[in-house]
Write a protein that binds this ligand. Structure first.
Ligand code: NAP
Ligand code: GLV
Length: 328
């Protein structure tokens, strides 16, 4: 029997490649930039396992070209880039990397919340561009974080980790989630409220739901109209959980005070996007989990998931259990 073939179309830690090589051949493209579709499809046509980042869309059209594929191992917790229906229909397992990136992403979420509140990026630019000619009392006045109210939409792993940080800042914690989390309420004093209540009362609205049909544009014009005029929106989930045009209008019309964004409807964000021209918007290039340690752990977790699928064991982070049930 021929050895299984793993396809890794983008740079990953060397130790991951060594690990995969113990179980089969590895088609490895040691480059950071996204692979062309042509090259991707060529590699995929011979692969039994794919390890990919969330910028790689996997849909029915792509899967048509992957007759040997047994598993798609996403190197991310979010998996809105994968068409799970199409994967399941074709008997291809799908996995992700939950948990290990939780604290790293919560750190980033809290840091951009604080950056927007205290105008950190704007002040940095002000000094570096030589505009600071004189100190005056209203220079770069911001908004308090300590003791303010945070509203977390999506009290999952990262939501809870953000709530723990908020508790350290003596914040009132409101949350809205699909299911109620009584343990988190007890541990952290968080209050389960309606989305409307959260929007009306929060100084910081933090979006941490996965992108699904239900959460697409969970915040739009109607929701911005409910928010406090001095509220700040923080989005580290996926760009499309927010109606970006409505966000731009809300900011232009001063219906909210600012935003802190790690994700956008279209990535990389268009340099002409109005959000990039606003000093009250902190903009990051989708780096929630980007620390050396965490990215290393994510890569290894993705590799273990792929290997498990290839050797016929259930992967730890399987997203479509139906495939295994059908195979029994
Ligand atoms: P998680 O543990 O699955 O948490 C998601 C939470 O959202 C769950 O509590 C879930 O409710 C809730 N939810 C789902 N659908 C909902 C709906 N329709 N209405 C209200 N609540 C809903 O996921 P996580 O590990 O915290 O990650 C969350 C997301 O963050 C990922 O999916 C990804 O998109 C994003 N992320 C971004 C970065 C970045 O680099 N910017 C890094 C990591 C993650 P239940 O508890 O009821 O299921
Ligand atoms: C990153 O965006 C992730 O979902 O892990």
């Amino acid at each position: 029997m021929s050895k299984p073939r793993f396809f890794v179309p983008n740079r990953i830690n060397g130790e991951v490649i060594q690990y995969l090589q113990q179980y089969g051949n590895v088609g490895y493209r040691d480059k950071e930039e996204k692979i062309s579709e042509e090259e991707f499809l060529e590699g995929l046509s011979r692969a039994n396992a794919l390890l990919c980042y969330s910028r790689q869309k996997i849909n029915g059209r792509i899967l048509e070209q992957a007759p040997l594929l047994k598993v798609v191992s996403n190197i991310a917790v979010g998996y809105d880039n994968l068409d799970l229906g199409e994967l399941t229909k074709r008997g291809v397992l799908a996995t992700n990397t939950p948990g290990i990136l939780t604290e790293t992403t919560a750190d980033l979420t809290f840091s951009i919340l604080m950056a927007a509140a205290r105008r950190v990026a704007e002040a940095d630019q002000y000094v570096k561009s030589g505009q600071w000619q004189e100190w005056f009392p209203s220079l770069m006045l911001g908004k308090d974080v300590f003791g303010a109210t945070i509203g977390i939409i999506g009290m999952g792993r990262i939501g809870e980790a953000v709530a723990r940080r908020a508790k350290g800042f003596n914040m009132e914690i409101l949350y809205y989630n699909r299911s109620r989390k009584k343990d988190i309420e007890q541990k952290l004093g968080a209050r389960y409220v309606s989305l409307k209540h959260l929007l009306q009362k929060s100084d910081y609205v933090v979006v941490l739901v996965p992108l699904t049909e239900e959460t697409k544009e969970i915040i739009g014009a109607k929701e911005f109209a409910l928010m406090k005029k001095d509220a700040i929106l923080v989005n580290v989930s996926r760009g499309a959980t927010i109606d970006e045009t409505a966000l731009i209008h809300a900011l232009q019309e001063n219906r909210i005070a600012g935003a802190a964004l790690d994700v956008y409807e279209k990535e990389p964000v268009d340099p002409e996007n109005q959000l990039l021209k606003m000093t009250n918007v902190v903009t990051l290039p989708h780096i929630g989990s980007a620390t050396k340690e965490t990215r290393g752990k994510m890569a290894m977790k993705a590799a273990r998931n792929a290997v498990a699928a290839i050797i016929g064991e259930p992967p730890e982070n399987l997203l479509n259990k139906e495939v295994l049930q059908k195979a029994k």
